[in-house]
Design a protein around this ligand. Structure first.
Ligand code: FES
Ligand code: FES
Length: 157
């Protein structure tokens, strides 16, 4: 079947298998930030934004994004021009192996879009479904709070 959807601001119109999982489709389209950690909705490493909401792409099939807006971290920033959230993760030392990082950044993006003054507990709650094996979470929470401060200071684009 054919579906159309927006991926990082670009319209896609392509043939998919109705049972193809969104995570697999996005990787097929070159979105290597999508990590399949568990494949069962438990780790958050495959998180993407669909119409601004953080979802687990391993739990969706491709036809579910028909007509919707999908964003991955590739749509947020680049190595040369990182988004402030990405910069905050780097500056805070919140990235080690990086496997969890795209999902963490996207759930943080959803949170800060709704609330640019979150408490540390609200950040912890927002990232609670995303597992990190490396950082111990403290620096990730610091990074989200730093990005929130930058947002309040008008430093987000
Ligand atoms: S791979 Fe989707 S939640 Fe773990
Ligand atoms: S930085 Fe390695 S899993 Fe989070």
């Amino acid at each position: 079947m054919k579906i159309s959807f927006e991926l990082n601001g670009e319209l896609k119109y392509l043939e998919v298998d109705p049972g193809e999982r969104l995570a697999a489709l996005l990787r097929r389209l070159g979105m290597k930030s999508i990590k399949e950690g568990c494949g069962t909705g438990d780790c958050g490493a495959c998180t993407v934004l669909v119409d601004g909401r953080a979802v687990r792409s391993c739990l969706m099939v491709a036809p579910q994004v028909q007509g919707r807006r999908v964003m991955t971290v590739e749509g947020l920033g680049t190595l040369d021009d990182p988004h402030p959230l990405q910069r905050a993760f780097l500056d805070s030392g919140a990235v080690q192996c990086g496997f969890c990082t795209p999902g963490m950044i996207l759930v943080a993006h959803e949170l800060l879009t709704r609330n640019s003054s979150p408490t540390p507990d609200q950040v912890r709650e927002a990232i609670s479904g995303n597992l990190c094996r490396c950082t111990g979470y403290v620096k990730i929470v610091d990074a989200v709070l730093l990005a929130a401060r930058w947002k309040r200071e008008g430093k987000w684009r």
